[in-house]
Design a protein around this ligand. Structure first.
Ligand SMILES: [Mg+2]
Ligand SMILES: [Zn+2]
Length: 145
């Protein structure tokens, strides 16, 4: 594909910013703000570590602490926007990792087999108000379609 064709393609496929803004609520703007913040501050943290590891500079621990704090700020803002407590997220993470690493210790085998991820085997469960519910007969996960 020529660069000109690529430019035309991108122009045609980008959702209009005017349309995005016209439909975005204040709440959604907050979620986007916090998510952009997490990503931006993660980049700043990565740069601080890069200077140390790649350029062989002494680690700037004050800067690392600052960037970690900035990430914490946006994480908390996102959690508040979604009404999710940090404790709940940690519980869920512990559940996921306990399922993945049943031995309680890291191994490449467990990392690769990802026991916490199920390739669902859906079977019909029920139909209610035009919604059909399927249930995975391996992990019990239910999905409405
Ligand atoms: Mg920062
Ligand atoms: Zn499943």
């Amino acid at each position: 594909m020529s660069n000109e064709k690529f430019e035309t393609m991108v122009d045609a496929l980008c959702k209009s910013g005017v349309e995005i803004v016209s439909k975005m609520s204040g709440h959604e703007a907050h979620l986007l703000h916090m998510s952009v913040g997490i990503s931006g501050e993660s980049g700043e943290l990565l740069d601080a570590i890069k200077k140390h590891v790649i350029y062989r500079k002494k680690i700037d621990i004050e800067n690392v602490i600052e960037e970690l704090g900035d990430i914490e700020f946006y994480l908390e803002g996102l959690r508040q926007g979604l009404g999710i407590k940090r404790e709940y997220i940690i519980e869920e993470n512990i559940k996921k990792l306990s399922a993945r690493y049943k031995s309680g210790k890291y191994s490449d085998e467990q990392a690769k087999s990802r026991e916490d991820k199920c390739e669902h085997l859906f079977e019909f469960l029920k139909e209610e108000n035009r919604f059909v519910t399927y249930k995975c007969n391996k992990c019990g996960y239910e999905e409405e379609r």
